[in-house]
Design a protein around this ligand. Sequence first.
Ligand code: TTJ
Length: 646
Amino acid sequence: MDPNDISQTTEKYGADEIQVLEGLEAVRKRPGMYIGSTGPRGLHHLVYEIVDNSIDEALAGYCSKIEVHILPGEIIRVIDNGRGIPVGIQPKLGIPAVTVVFTVLHAGGKFGGGGYKVAGGLHGVGASVVNALSEWTEVEVCDGKDVYRQRFERGNQATELEKIGQGETTGTTVTFKADPEIFTETDVYDYEVLSTRLREQAFLNAGVHIELIDERDPENVSSEDFCYEGGVSSFVEYIHKKRALDVIHPDIIHFQAKNDDDTASAEIAMQYNESYNELILSFANNIHTNDGGTHEEGFKRSLTRVMNDYARKFNIIKEGEKNLSGEDVREGLTAVISVKLKDAQFESQTKAKLGNTEIRTLVDKLVSEKLEQYLEENPATAKAIFEKALMAARARDAARKARDLARRKTAMEGAGLPGKLADCQSKNVEETEIYIVEGDSAGGSAKGGRDRRFQAILPLWGKMLNVEKARLDRVYGNDKLMPVITALGCGIGDDLDLSKLRYGKIIIMADADVDGSHIRTLMLTFFFRFMRPLIEEGHIYIAQPPLYRITKGKVHHYAYTDQERDQIMSELGGKYEIQRYKGLGEMDAEQLWETTMDPATRIMLRVDMEDAAAADEVFTILMGDKVEPRREFIEKNAKYVQNLDV
Ligand code: TTJ
């Protein structure tokens, strides 16, 4: 910003205002400090900062409806039906309170309002930051009598607060255009990103209507109105529906409490599903605490304790038997924890972790008092949950034994490589490769075709996999995955040691059909969940066998895509023969080497984290029991699914 701006405004507003403008100047100089980044995340964050103000008004009980419009030209307009930002003169600064809100850093929430203020937003800095980072901002307030308007440009006041008319409603409308000088990467809003976040906020603030209206294309306006009377319970229900997870008890368990002096509240909704994964989403002051914190700790601690106390009391666990572990009682659990408190302390810059210790006690007490009572009053639900937890405990015990056995065996037998592995001669991971190959016949061709100096082959099971379901978490003792683990030699999970990895490149080689894609998805999900560093360090590849062989005379041409096939066919003119490979097994050793394994000519895809995370999601949905969500998912993700050929 031009420093002249400051000197000009100095005369106009007096000493206090210098600080004001210096404050916003700092925001423009280092936007990342206030909104995290100037990329797409930061851009969307502007919207959240404004909407959070309306949500605060809703929490105070004065606002029932919030509209978020995306207007043509990537302009955002937020409208609420709250009391309207006060327009009266703020005594300390001698300017209207609404002007203070938009021009003074950290001014948000310092005025008016009773009860406790729930500061929203990633960095809790509010409207002045949005103003500073916007090309222009306009605020309109109606107080039930008069309508006022003020305009700002790059944080500077462009007009005084003016009375522009009369109206009987109350509310606040803020319109802004993110400054392209700041958001150099993109100024385009992603509907799905905003929709996900606004839906989440609607879950966390039960009963509030939050509507998103995309009017960028006037011919094709899309909108959604989020309102969930059930709050966090609706959130749990939504997650189960969206992920196509079957629940093991029909009711969603819900608790709520406040502390004695009303400075903090906690709300929890939980339900168990048939999967083996736990999903705990926690929020503090409507901010998603990705790294958990005291609210999550309190929840987990008391859940484990209450479950064990209850199980002892009713002889579900007998004398001499071990307690259920935390993991046992959380297997298949989806829980949403939402706390609201006066002075939220967040650990780390990103506010991903809640630090207030009194919240641990509050949540612990809430679950302790209410869960036991709930279980006693709902015996059918209690029965389903304990059956699940006991199964988990048994499976974990069996897995532990299998793991110990596997470890002991490894220690005794030295390398203890799987019998089916055709190892390579080199021990230098700079050059070694392992092909994980679907099916015995393809494995045979691969063994015949490879360069045994540096290429190892590990054939996997033949036809597979639906039986496998989502029980991927029991990898130890799993006869499909154990050979992979032992061949790679680096361990999994907490035991993973990359320095022990035996091959620099791990190449998944499977047919280009549905079964092959299942295996790819399974393997990627496995690596994603248990050997993630292998993906992060770029060790995982997917081989690309050809789809067609086109033969003219004695010359073979290979095509890896339909387009390539068409191109070759047109180049060859007539008189060729075309063969579609249905599986790797149709290629002999030499062909497989030539087309898929020879480092000089082969094509391989290196798997990145995004691919693997996507596979994990595909896996979860595709391996689930329900047909309808699966079809929906495949339709919705047709593009992606095609890429993975699922
Ligand atoms: C504060 O206490 C007195 C009555 O009004 C309260 C208030 O400021 N309410 C309020 C602010 N409602 N809506 C807002 C608001 C809405 C948007 C879209 C943007 C901003 C910065 C504030």
